[in-house]
Each structure stands twice: as structure tokens, then as C-alpha cells.
Write a protein that binds this ligand. Structure first.
Ligand code: ZN
Ligand code: FE
Length: 255
């Protein structure tokens, strides 16, 4: 049995996710941007919230924690490296650790770059990875603390997961990311068709998150810094992948 995934829109453009075990009805929430929509989704699903997984310390991922129903009884899990700037944690984790959540094991990946200490939670059996502001749909998070080299390392780590993995990222930034990606690879047919699908989804008010890793591999420029087609498209055929990633991230910052 795999866990049930519910995407919860919060604030202006954030996403939280609820994973639930339909046999036991226990649930966990990944990031807490805002309590009201999360509490409503927990209630609507008939879930019993037991656990909160925090990806990083930014306010738009943690400020809803105190307002969650039965917040005093929740198990709160976050990075040991960020314990000093996260809400009080019951369990601290680091890369390589395995935690047991809703009856399933999740592996912790360090995906620093956006912040140093940002982690992702990989539920291999259900095929989910919660990436927040590291790998995003057609993009990646801005580098507030880490270096391009660190973020490129994080991208390679996430890219190596099974291609059918569902990428649960933290924001609805995909339309802007799509416009940027097209400036780099206007002739990428997979990208062009994905951009059309994104436009249609947004016109209908549908989320573009989560997405599938296989499609990110074909279209997300931040996963393609070592792909000859991308390097050629931006005139960096002979450059090393870290330099290419650095260039792509710099162009996005100016976009
Ligand atoms: Zn953030
Ligand atoms: Fe964020």
C-alpha cells in the first residue's frame, strides 16, 4: 500500500503536503506555511495528524506550525543543522538518516543551496520526494545561503532518484520558470509541450505541482547543466557542469 498524497495551497503561492495512511488514518504534513488550509484538509480527509516534517527554516514553511490542530502533541522533525533556527523539534535528522512516518520509511537527503541545511524527505515505497525550495517544477530555489556548486550537487542527488518519483515542491512558480526555461532551450520539444500544458493548467486555476522527475529531467534547465543539448543551446559546449549551472542560475536571477 502506498500513502495518500494531498496538495494544500497556502498563502499566495506556497504548497504544503499531507501524506496519509488510509488503513490507520494517521497523517503527516510536510511544511506548515499557514495553518487554516492544512487544518481544513486534515479534517476533510478524516486524518489524525501525528507528524510535521520541516524542510527548512524560512517563515513561509514554518509559521503555520503553532496553529495546527493538536500542535502540542505533534512529532516535529527537522534538520539537526537547522535546529537553532527551526521551531522546537522532537527529532533531528541528517543526510542518510531514515525516519518512520505513517507506517513507511523515509530517507533524508541534504539538498543545501537555497539554504544551508535544507533537507528533502524521500518516501521510496510511495515514490514521493518533498523538495520544497530545492528542486522545483521547472526550476530550483534561489541561492540565499549556498553556492551554485552546492545546489548543483543537490540537483544531481535528486535527479538520481527513480524517474517515476513524484516531486513535491514548495511553490507555484512554474509559469515564470517555464518562460525562463524557454529562453535557454527554445527548441526543446519536451519543454515546449510542457509549457503549453502549464499555461492551460494555470488558466484553469490548476496547480502544476507536484510533477514527475522524468519530465523534470527532460525539461528543467537546473537538472540539465551537464546535458550536451542544454550546454550547446546556451553556447557553453565545452564548459564544466558547475560553470553551466552557475550561469543558468545567474541568468534566472536577472530574468
Ligand atoms: Zn525558502
Ligand atoms: Fe519558500
Amino acid at each position: 500500500m502506498t500513502l495518500t498524497l494531498t496538495t494544500v495551497a497556502c498563502l499566495a503561492d506556497n504548497y504544503a503536503f499531507i501524506i496519509g495512511n488510509s488503513a490507520t488514518k494517521e497523517a503527516a504534513v510536510i511544511d506548515a506555511p499557514e495553518s487554516a488550509p492544512i487544518n481544513a484538509a486534515i479534517l476533510a480527509g478524516g486524518w489524525r495528524l501525528t507528524t510535521v516534517l520541516l524542510t527548512h527554516h524560512h517563515w513561509d514553511h514554518i509559521d503555520g506550525l503553532d496553529g495546527l490542530a493538536n500542535s502540542a502533541d505533534l512529532r516535529v522533525i527537522g534538520a539537526a543543522a537547522d535546529a537553532h533556527r527551526l521551531p522546537a523539534l522532537n527529532t533531528t535528522v541528517a543526510e542518510g538518516d531514515t525516519i518512520h512516518v505513517c507506517g513507511e520509511d523515509a530517507q533524508i537527503l541534504d539538498v543545501s543551496g537555497h539554504t544551508v541545511g535544507h533537507i528533502a524527505f524521500h518516501f521510496a515505497k510511495s515514490g514521493f520526494v518533498f523538495t520544497a525550495d530545492s528542486l522545483m517544477a521547472l526550476g530550483c530555489g534561489r541561492l540565499f545561503e549556498g553556492t551554485p556548486k552546492q545546489m548543483w550537487g543537490s540537483m544531481q542527488k535528486l535527479r538520481a532518484l527513480p524517474p517515476e518519483t513524484i516531486i513535491c515542491s514548495g511553490h507555484e512558480y512554474t509559469a515564470t520558470n517555464a518562460a525562463f526555461a524557454l529562453t535557454l532551450e527554445p527548441d526543446n520539444a519536451d519543454l515546449r509541450s510542457r509549457v503549453e500544458a502549464i499555461k492551460a493548467a494555470r488558466i484553469n486555476g490548476e496547480p502544476t505541482v507536484p510533477s514527475i522527475l522524468a519530465l523534470e529531467q527532460q525539461t528543467n534547465p537546473f537538472l540539465r547543466a551537464d546535458v550536451p543539448a542544454l550546454k550547446h543551446a546556451i553556447g557553453m559546449d565545452t564548459a564544466d557542469s558547475t560553470s553551466v549551472f552557475t550561469q543558468i542560475r545567474a541568468r534566472k536571477d536577472r530574468f
